[in-house]
Design a protein around this ligand. Sequence first.
Ligand code: FAD
Length: 278
Amino acid sequence: MIAAAPLSLADALRAIADDPFATVIAGGTDLMVQINAGRRPVTSLVSLRNVAELKGWSTESGNLRIGAGCSYSELERPDFAAIMPALAQAARTVGSPQIRNAGTIGGNLATASPAGDTLPVLVALDAQLEIASSSATRSIAISDFLVGPKQTDLRQGELIVAISVPVLRGAQEFLKVGTRNAMVISVASVAVLADLDAQGVRIGLGTVGPTVLRGARAEAWTRSNIDWDSNRVVGNLDEFVALVRSDSHPIDDHRSTKRYRSHAIGICARRALQRVFP
Ligand SMILES: Cc1cc2nc3c(=O)[nH]c(=O)nc-3n(C[C@H](O)[C@H](O)[C@H](O)COP(=O)(O)OP(=O)(O)OC[C@H]3O[C@@H](n4cnc5c(N)ncnc54)[C@H](O)[C@@H]3O)c2cc1C
């Protein structure tokens, strides 16, 4: 098997332009599972591991820019958690330490599983993705990028370079439910982020639809049921839970049932909102 390990983004993009059959590998935590199971035939690999432009994160003018090659271990660290606590919490729940050292946020996006743990936070924040090919760059909203279960708008020869999200003032929470406490893919997950400046709440719902969903009805409820002076929920939380459930579209599959997912997403969202507005 031919393998390339470019050091720069330009070299990585050239490598995948020159070889349309090349498979891109970042941490390999999704890809190797597919290869080992014989579900993804591979003739050549382009490794993103050493590509300088995909590494690290930075803040500028109220925005956070995260390189697609950032690992979960990097996102868990206290300096990152101080800026984006919900994404740090989501990163902390992914797999084992080994998976978190290898797995990247770019790989989570490209895999586009409705159970991808970073995605509810990124959807709640209306993340913008920076995509590049050897001939062009473009920016796309995450809601347009995630087009279906494990389906994205990524085209031949393109790489995800970085993710941009606004830095919000306010508490944040990410919660997930799985079939056990750790090392588990979620059967329901939720991100609840307060935006004190906009006096609103942003909600992302994972594993309860074909892609990660925005809790639009539940968000609308928070606008008139939170006292923004005292930071307290003043409305009836049962109404909030019912709206979260109506925002979600769970299905039965090998991991769980539609009924349990609908129950779990309501409980998680209620708990997350109570933690954000204690
Ligand atoms: C034991 C185990 C436990 C896991 N637990 C969880 C969990 O709890 N939560 C969770 O969300 N996920 C989990 N996963 C899945 C996986 O770890 C994540 O989805 C991870 O983010 C994938 O990133 P990666 O860098 O390893 O991607 P890779 O496996 O290297 O690549 C995955 C796909 O993305 C493409 N790709 C990667 N980077 C880019 C890029 N920059 N641009 C374009 N395409 C790209 C690859 O070509 C490939 O198609 C688990 C996996 C394992 C094996």
